[in-house]
Design a protein around this ligand. Structure first.
Ligand code: KDG
Length: 334
């Protein structure tokens, strides 16, 4: 972590700590996540928990539950809405049923790099989309990085779009992913992440798509033979708080959770990119047969997904879509 960021968070932390004791109550906060503890999601959750404890002088205690022990992303979202759980981190894609604007992050090939994603997600458009959750009963704090998604399957190498024909491909419970992969010729099957490993192992489905980090940490190499590098979409994660719980917190307690979530975000992105850079080689060592989709085939993929982009623009609202495109154009002109 860069000295400046650390110094800055210490300074901010110091100012929060001095106020913390005064209006911070002793609280247990149940924080759920879907990947296992030894994943980029698990490591960042640990950093978050330690930072909350440090900033609150140990009065706010994050109890972390990984491996979907508190349920799938959608089940945990419902638990937050009902106030039965306080916090979670999970995909934005499964939130589309609660806030349709979240679908904007499922746009295929939206970002050319993770750095571009940082600027947009942490900017006005990212905040506007996150703010849509409050009226639904959820508070979005920050976006963490899931990453660029790639294809795996147990049937054959995917060298061309035709190789996707008839592949039973698990996708997240999200219409954009369903439409996208049906447009690409696959037999797309919506399913919770918590059911995925078993579905691959029992060949209920032939394949799936996730970032290298998740393919590695979830041991998909044990049940998948082929990995095709497509980088077809960048997926964010979002750190959420139950609004019922948030409304009971003092201003200082809220500041502590937000500050700690930002510190953990900066750690998570750096950690995820470091792991992603070495994960492909490790997956090959573990026996996966890797191929990179050619630029021609990626162009064919893009052209097959133009209709999906229009559906997304209609779903999230043309104004928001145009605002995002304008922000990207400005970013790329710098
Ligand atoms: O379900 C998937 O494929 C995801 O990318 C989702 C996340 O990794 C999810 O947060 C795991 O619970």
């Amino acid at each position: 972590m860069k000295i400046k960021t650390l110094l800055l968070s210490c300074l901010i932390g110091a100012s929060i700590v001095s106020h913390a004791v005064a209006d911070v109550q002793t609280r247990q906060i149940r924080f759920g996540y879907g990947l296992n503890e030894n994943s980029n999601q698990g490591r960042a959750t640990k950093v978050f928990a330690d930072e909350v404890s440090r900033l609150s002088d140990g009065k706010l205690r994050i109890r972390a539950f990984g491996g979907a022990t508190l349920g799938s992303d959608i089940q945990m979202q419902q638990a937050l809405l009902g106030g039965a759980q306080e916090m979670m981190v999970g995909s934005t894609a499964t939130l589309v049923g609660i806030a349709s604007e979240m679908a904007i992050w499922d746009t295929p090939f939206l970002f050319n790099s993770a750095e571009e994603a940082d600027v947009i997600l942490d900017g006005p458009v990212g905040q506007k989309v996150m703010d849509k959750l409050e009226e639904k009963g959820l508070i979005g704090l920050v976006y963490w990085e899931n990453g660029f998604r790639n294809l795996t399957n147990s049937r054959r190498p995917v060298e061309s779009l035709e190789d996707l024909d008839g592949i039973r491909l698990r996708v997240m419970q999200n219409n954009v992913f369903l439409d996208s992969f049906r447009n690409l010729g696959a037999n797309a099957v919506p399913m919770a992440f918590s059911e995925l490993f078993t579905a691959l192992e029992t060949k209920t489905v032939d394949g799936q798509e996730n970032p290298f980090n998740t393919i590695l940490s979830s041991k998909f190499y044990e049940v998948q033979e082929y990995l095709t590098v497509t980088n077809h979409v960048y997926s964010p994660w979002i750190v959420l708080v139950s609004k019922r719980f948030w409304d009971r917190l003092s201003a200082t307690e809220r500041d502590i959770l937000l500050e700690a979530a930002k510190t953990a975000r900066d750690f998570e992105r750096e950690d995820t990119r470091k792991e992603a850079a070495m994960a492909l080689a490790e997956l090959q060592e573990k026996g996966m047969k890797v191929n990179e989709l050619s630029l021609e085939e990626v162009e064919r993929m893009r052209s097959r997904l133009v209709d999906v982009n229009q559906t997304i623009a209609q779903g999230v609202g043309q104004d928001l879509w145009d605002e995002l495109q304008a922000a990207l154009t400005e970013l790329r002109s710098n």
